[in-house]
Design a protein around this ligand. Structure first.
Ligand code: PRP
Ligand code: HPA
Length: 180
């Protein structure tokens, strides 16, 4: 699997430092509160589990699964809800945990969904933000890295369902992609 990687963008150590910094910031911002941390499956699993252990506040955890990429590198344009959260978010403070914001479609859909359900506040924490990929306007509140306009894999992010278990974030060799 490692042989498919052209270059590393963020090492395990880079990611660890980013989680420490963001965890500290969120702990300060949410002091005295118990935010509901919602991990956006599947890509955010590693980031979420590392992040919550860097927070020194009470939290409640839940997960939502949406999909719009059908395995390749291009967004299908429509976001599909696959698994909903269990917690009632009415009046609650929400922090979405994302691995990446690219076109912004996933996040826009999720923010609207929970705003309709009466959440008190909705913020977004993402490991990576790809501003050049944006199709709809949406912003993250906590960002680990601003990434160039390349399709990245690893640390939860997949291409064709694979590479999520790479412990770092990288770019694949061009011959691996079948849709670029
Ligand atoms: O800003 P966008 O263009 O909407 O892209 C970002 C979303 O795309 C990926 O999820 P995907 O739908 O591929 O599901 P996955 O997390 O299960 O891989 C990623 O994990 C984000 O949730
Ligand atoms: O660059 C990316 N890599 C993996 N999954 C993604 N989903 C949106 N953008 C990306």
């Amino acid at each position: 699997m490692n042989n498919d990687i052209l270059k590393t963008l963020y090492s395990e150590e880079d990611i660890k430092q980013a989680c420490k910094k963001l965890g500290k910031q969120i702990s300060e911002d949410y002091k005295g509160k118990t935010p509901i941390i919602i991990g956006v499956l599947k890509g955010a699993i590693f980031f979420m589990t590392d992040m919550v252990r860097e927070m020194d506040i009470y939290t409640k955890l839940d997960f939502i699964d949406v999909s719009s990429y059908n395995g390749g590198t291009k967004s299908s344009g429509s976001v599909k809800l696959i698994k909903d959260i269990d917690i009632d978010v009415n009046g609650q403070d929400i922090i979405f945990m994302e691995d990446i914001i690219d076109t912004g479609r996933t996040l826009k859909y999720l923010k609207e969904l929970l705003a309709d359900r009466g959440a008190n506040s909705i913020k977004v924490c993402t490991l990576m933000d790809k501003p050049e990929g944006r199709v709809v306007e949406v912003k993250a509140d906590y960002v680990g890295f601003e990434v160039p306009n390349e399709f990245v894999v690893g640390y939860g992010l997949d291409y064709d369902g694979k590479y999520r278990n790479l412990p770092y974030v990288g770019v694949l060799k061009p011959k691996i992609y079948s849709d670029q």
